[in-house]
Design a protein around this ligand. Structure first.
Ligand code: BES
Ligand code: ZN
Length: 455
């Protein structure tokens, strides 16, 4: 491993400039005006694999392309599928960025740009580690298959279909994903659970135009009033979701898990300071980590209705729209929740209002077993790269494809996050710590070694 480690150390500068190159491509998957940029990012990733002489295909889809690459099989060693995404969230609000989102800038050892941590920087660690093996040893110690998509941030609709149609081609022993975070700076982690998601938009329509609220107020149902009433009826003051059957399939946190969470060095005060709140709030009876990682939640994500300009306008709006999501835990089923939600909202909808419920992404939560040799190999690799043994944690965010890998390919995923929870994922001033980027590359390079020794 010495030669490999030396190679990694002497290529740091190049890795950083290559990351900056990828970050300069504004591959915003949600925005159709960026379609060509998304394609350009796919080609950039494919080029990396071509240079490494892997078998590469850029697969067109109804949406954005999927980049698939693979190295030759290695007798007696496992096959690992690396998943990542080259698409990014929209950079808005632009005026809040200190340096422009697609002009990567280094400040205090961090590289700032949209996609720095989510997921271009993290994904690239596995590409560079594979490249380092090929450059130093001439080949990898195991077979790697790369599956890098461009629609993660918009729900991975076409990836599910691709996986279903290419099970043989994607067959592997374990999946590796770096698209999560460390527990804290200097404390790397292996994430063994992710929440699922069920996301909706409720559209309410009342009168056929905005009305004078004095002349008509009291005579007809107001869609804005109806929206807030309906949406607030879905949760009570103790933070419990009020939807029939919602908790029926929830796998409770085990006593052992609650104990383990409580032992983690979670600094509640520092957490509050980081996000600028004076207190924390959520479901009664659970600690903050339990509420974030192991309990289902309900959050309104956006509300639109009525007059938004300066001053007052006495108007009864014709329409009202709300976007909201439930974060789910195993074994909750997004489809079952949709059915219960539709029924409940129909009950709550006042007369004179037409209601439409649009369903966006849905995905199940997952918990992966920790007693596998793959996890032990990852623990060792992270210790090699970071100089510290990882802790085990869960995450509140979602990577719905992880449950697809379980269902369609029958394999578990190693979630090895190199990010930090203050990386401003989906927010202005997204960043990645460059030292962690390099530690991630080193951990990944060692992971191929340790996993290669299994089987
Ligand atoms: N990298 C995140 C997932 C994530 C977020 C992991 C926070 C750990 C902590 C991923 O790119 C993401 O944002 N996923 C979406 C999924 C959704 C669009 C279906 C999410 O969680 O909102
Ligand atoms: Zn991501």
């Amino acid at each position: 491993m010495n030669q490999l480690d030396e190679y990694l150390a002497s290529n740091k500068q190049r890795y950083e400039s290559e990351l900056a190159e990828l970050l300069r491509i504004p591959s915003v998957s949600a925005d159709s005006t960026h379609r060509a940029d998304v394609a350009k990012a796919a080609e950039w990733v494919a080029d990396q694999f071509r240079r490494m002489k892997l078998e590469v295909e850029v697969v067109p889809t109804a949406g954005h392309p999927i980049v698939v690459a693979e190295s030759p099989p290695v007798e007696g060693a496992p096959t690992v599928l690396v998943y990542g995404h080259y698409d990014v969230q929209p950079p808005d609000p632009l005026e809040k960025w200190i340096s422009p989102p697609f002009e990567p800038t280094v400040r205090d050892g961090n590289i700032y740009a949209r996609g720095a941590t989510d997921d271009k920087g993290q994904m690239l660690t596995h590409v560079k580690s594979a490249e380092a093996w090929i450059e130093t040893a001439g080949k990898l110690p195991l077979q790697l298959k790369f599956l890098i998509e461009g629609e993660e941030e918009v729900g991975s609709a076409n990836l599910d279909k691709f996986i279903a149609a290419n099970k043989q081609r994607l067959a592997c022993d374990v999946v590796v994903i770096s698209d999560t975070s460390q527990f804290a700076a200097g404390q790397p982690a292996i994430t063994y659970g992710l929440r699922g998601i069920a996301y909706y938009e409720l559209r309410l329509k009342g009168p056929d135009r905005d009305l004078h609220s004095g002349t008509f107020g009291g005579a007809v149902a107001n869609p804005a009033n109806a929206l807030v009433t309906m949406l607030s009826a879905l949760i009570d003051a103790s933070g419990t979701v009020d939807l029939p059957g919602f908790y029926e399939d929830v796998e409770p946190l085990t006593a052992r898990e609650r104990e383990a969470f409580a032992k983690l060095p979670f600094d509640e005060k520092a957490f509050m300071e980081k996000i600028g709140v004076s207190d924390l709030y959520g479901e009664v009876g659970y600690s903050t980590l339990e509420r974030r990682w192991g309990r289902p939640t309900y959050d309104i994500c956006g509300l639109t209705s009525g007059y938004q300009g300066e001053g007052a306008k006495t108007v009864l709006p014709a329409t009202a729209t709300g976007k909201f999501s439930f974060r789910l835990v195993p074994e909750q089923d997004p489809k079952k929740i949709t059915a219960a939600l539709k029924a409940r909202l129909t009950e709550l909808c006042p007369p004179g209002i037409e209601m439409e419920l649009a369903e966006f992404h849905g995905g199940r939560g997952i918990v992966v077993p920790l007693d596998s040799p793959y996890v032990a190999a990852a623990e060792q690799a992270i210790e090699d790269g970071f100089g510290t043994r990882p802790v085990f944690m869960r995450e509140g965010g979602s990577i719905p494809i992880v449950s697809t890998f379980r269902e369609l390919l029958g394999v578990d995923t190693l979630l090895l996050g190199w990010g930090l929870d203050d990386d401003n994922t989906h927010s202005p001033n997204e960043k990645l710590c460059l030292a962690d980027f390099h530690r991630g590359i080193k951990s990944s390079a060692h992971l191929w070694q340790h996993l290669g020794e299994l089987k």
